[in-house]
Design a protein around this ligand. Structure first.
Ligand SMILES: O=C(O)C(=O)C[C@H](O)[C@@H](O)CO
Length: 255
C-alpha cells in the first residue's frame, strides 16, 4: 500500500485556510457524524475531554472515509503518548503546553524514528496499514505534522525560537490557558488577551510556520484569519450541542 498523504500538512504549507472543529465527545459515532459536516479538520481531544488514548483508534477509523483531516491532541508532550497515537495512524498532533524551543525539539524527536528521533518502532501497526506500507519507518516523517501550543504568557516571548525548530509545522494559540496566565482567568475574550493573540498570530505567520487558534467568536475568528491564522477552529462539539438543546428547551418553556 502507498503511504497515506497528509493533506492537512500540505494545505498548511501552501497557506490554504483550514477551518476546524473540536471533538470532545469520545467514541466513533460522534466523530463520524462530525466528519461529514464539511469542516476541513477535526481535533480529537484527549487533553480536555473524556476521550482517552484507546478511544482514538476507533475514532480515526470512523473518520477515515470522509474528506476531513483528523488532528489528535495528546494530553501532554509525552513521547509515550505520541508513540501510541502515531501507531494508531494519527498523522497530525497538536501538542499542548510547549513553552520553549527545547520542549519543541523533544516533541519533534518523539515524532521521528531513530536516528533522527526516539519514536518507538512497532512493526504491525495501523499507521503502516499493518505492515503493507513499503519502507514505512524511513518515509513516515514526510507525512507527519507537528503543531505545538503556545498558551502561557511566558511562552509568548518564545514564539520565534519555537517556530525556528526544525520539524515544528505550526504554532497554535491556546486562548483559555493564555488568558489565565495573563491574569484574565476564564476571560479569553478580554481585549488585552485578544490583542496578545492577534500579535502572536502575526508573529507566527511572519516566521513562515502555520498559525492556529480556537475561538467561538466568529468575528474574532475572522480577525485571526486576516492576521494570518491558517488552521482556525471555530467550534466545540459539546458547546454547540448544549447550546442547541438548551434553546430547544427554552422554546417549550423548559430549562
Ligand atoms: O487554552 C486553550 O483554550 C486551549 O488549548 C483550547 C482548550 O483546551 C479547548 O478545550 C477548548 O476550550
Amino acid at each position: 500500500m502507498t503511504l497515506p498523504l497528509n493533506h492537512f500538512k500540505r494545505a498548511l504549507k501552501e497557506g490554504r485556510q483550514q477551518i476546524g472543529l473540536w471533538n470532545t465527545i469520545a467514541g466513533p459515532v460522534v466523530a463520524e457524524a462530525l466528519a461529514g459536516t464539511g469542516f476541513d479538520w477535526l481535533l480529537i481531544d484527549t487533553e480536555h475531554s473524556l476521550t482517552d488514548v484507546p478511544d482514538v483508534l476507533g475514532m480515526l477509523q470512523a473518520v477515515s472515509a470522509y474528506p476531513i483531516s483528523p488532528v489528535v491532541r495528546p494530553a501532554a508532550n509525552d513521547p509515550v503518548l505520541f508513540k501510541r497515537l502515531l501507531d494508531f495512524g494519527a498523522q497530525t498532533l497538536l501538542v499542548p503546553y510547549v513553552q520553549t524551543a527545547k520542549e519543541a525539539q523533544a516533541a519533534v524527536a518523539a515524532m521521528r524514528y531513530p536516528p533522527r528521533g526516539i519514536r518507538g518502532a512497532g512493526g504491525t501497526i495501523r499507521a503502516n496499514r499493518f505492515g503493507t506500507v513499503d519502507d514505512y519507518m524511513n518515509r513516515a516523517e514526510q507525512e507527519l505534522c507537528l503543531l505545538v501550543q503556545v498558551e502561557t504568557a511566558a511562552t509568548l516571548d518564545q514564539i520565534e525560537a519555537i517556530a525556528a525548530v526544525d520539524g515544528v509545522d505550526g504554532l497554535f494559540i491556546g486562548p483559555n490557558d493564555l488568558a489565565a496566565t495573563m491574569g484574565y482567568t476564564g476571560n479569553p475574550g478580554h481585549p488585552v488577551v485578544k490583542t496578545a493573540i492577534l500579535d502572536a498570530i502575526g508573529r507566527i505567520a511572519a516566521t513562515g510556520k502555520a498559525a492556529g487558534i480556537l475561538t467561538l467568536d466568529r468575528d474574532f475568528a475572522q480577525e485571526c484569519m486576516e492576521k494570518g491564522s491558517t488552521f482556525t477552529a471555530v467550534g466545540v462539539d459539546l458547546v454547540t450541542l448544549l447550546g442547541g438543546v438548551r434553546a430547544l428547551a427554552r422554546d417549550f418553556g423548559r430549562g
